[in-house]
Design a binder for this molecule. Structure first.
Ligand code: PA5
Length: 449
């Protein structure tokens, strides 16, 4: 079994053959990725990453994860953007929806920090950790990202204060660059166990490096299966796979056709499983940072259904017709829950007696897709047999490969993110960071006028 793609309800919004017409361009994009001749070619390490991960490497990740699992009730994963979203997407996708309440003592509770600068958030986190045996995974490729560094400074001190410096060394792990950045300097000086983020893998493509694998393994999920699923998809999306049979090629071509030929400027990734909320957040970053540049790019949005049908549903059904939807549909839930009989039937729901909750969810899903298509919203369907590590691995690689192809079809460099620097420059200038004297002066003058 495998994840699969159905574009019938999107192709009907396009001229006949519009998707197929992309075949030569997709082929060229695939060649450029393989041969490393595209823009951003120093960031193609993700392309054959799944098939190049060795069992020995996964064993090393697992061994470090096991140490953290043994010594910590809580592990805080500090990171932002590509150094955060992949791990959270998988952990929440595979975990119990009430993980932090039903701590079964088998797995440490995973918490996230370094992805915002909310004082209340950090105060509440550090307060919660006061009587906990906690560890920290400090993830930053550059090693200098402010949000992450701030959180790590607080967490490192607290961990050392609570456990003593020596013991803290066993439960603080760094995932960062091999040589440069403050996180590397700190890890080497303090003697922390560390993992390297390869130079040629950009943040948003790094979930299958230790950036994602270590937290996922600490949370108790099967990283071998995750990587095996991704490796399977690497084959299924390979450059020699026929266009019609290559899901990444078809998805990339369909969304570009909808964008350029049908005026669909916004893609909404929808799920009918709340556990996939953070998967959509990961997807948003992947596509937003890869394609939103040179004044171009489909705006990546996400909705959790049916929740958001009661908030965004009106807009989607009848608002400006500039959107299309990509539904991630999970075929079979992991658990089984049947509607019980009620003698009085006060709620009038006895017609559902004996049915699985998912049967109702699936009808909501089909009903929504049909209604939205009738309302002028093209619909792409990504079917996932079940929510497990293997299929999440497939899904991750499928979206990554399609993103690389799609960005090249859009004629941008999908692997840089120059626009992310603008706010940082202003923030550092406003905070009078050493080295930003000229910017500080300029911004103060601008604010004075
Ligand atoms: O995709 C990216 O490159 C970014 O989202 C980064 O992952 C994010 O800014 C965090 O950077 P770093 O890992 O250097 O702390």
């Amino acid at each position: 079994k495998s994840i699969s793609l159905n574009i019938t309800k999107a192709a009907s919004f396009l001229a006949e053959g519009a998707v197929k017409a992309y075949e030569p361009k997709v082929k060229a994009a695939q060649e450029a990725l393989e041969n490393g001749t595209c823009e951003g070619n120093d960031f193609l390490g993700w392309l054959h990453l799944p098939s190049s991960i060795t069992p020995e490497f996964l064993n090393e990740i697992q061994a470090v994860a096991n140490t953290l699992r043994k010594k910590c009730e809580v592990v805080v994963v500090a990171g932002i953007g590509g150094s955060y979203l992949g791990a959270r997407a998988v952990i929440e996708g595979l975990g119990n929806s009430f993980a932090w309440l039903v701590n079964d003592k088998k797995n440490p509770t995973i918490l996230f920090a370094g992805n915002n600068i909310g004082e209340d958030y950090l105060f509440e986190l550090t307060s919660f950790l006061k009587d906990k045996k906690f560890g920290v995974i400090n993830i930053s490729k550059s090693g200098t990202t402010t949000e992450t560094a701030l959180a790590f400074r607080l967490l490192k001190k607290q961990c050392e204060d609570q456990r003593g410096k020596e013991e803290a060394k066993d439960v603080i792990v760094a995932v960062t660059d091999a040589k440069k950045g403050a996180a590397r300097t700190c890890a080497d000086k303090e003697g922390y166990k560390s993992f390297i983020i390869p130079d040629n893998v950009g943040g948003r493509f790094s979930v299958l490096t230790p950036v994602g694998l270590l937290p996922i393994a600490v949370a108790g999920f099967d990283v071998k299966q995750l990587v095996a699923g991704a490796a399977e998809m690497e084959k299924a999306c390979g450059k020699d796979v026929a266009f019609e049979e290559n899901p990444a090629a078809i998805y990339a071509a369909t969304r570009q056709a909808l964008y350029t030929q049908a005026g669909k400027k916004i893609e909404i990734v929808c799920n009918f499983q709340p556990k996939l909320h953070y998967f959509a957040e990961w997807w948003k970053q992947l596509y937003g940072e890869s394609e939103g540049k040179d004044q171009k790019g489909i705006f990546p949005a996400a909705c959790d259904f049916t929740t958001d049908l009661h908030s965004m549903g009106q807009w989607i059904q009848e608002g400006e017709r500039s959107i299309f939807e990509t539904v991630i549909s999970v075929e079979t839930p992991n658990e089984k829950l049947l509607f019980p009989h009620d003698d009085e039937n006060l709620d009038g729901l006895n017609f559902l007696e004996g049915k699985r909750v998912d049967e109702v969810n699936k009808m909501a899903e089909l009903g929504t897709r049909l209604a939205h298509v009738d309302g002028g919203v093209p619909n792409i369907l990504v079917n996932v047999p079940e929510l497990n590590a293997y299929y999440l691995g497939q899904l991750i690689y499928f979206f990554e490969k399609a993103c690389g192809i799609s960005g090249l079809l859009e004629e941008v460099n999908p692997f840089n993110q120059p626009g992310v620097e603008a706010y940082k420059k202003n923030m550092f200038a406003l905070l009078n960071k050493p080295g930003y004297e000229a910017e500080s002066k300029a911004i103060q003058e601008r604010l004075a006028n």
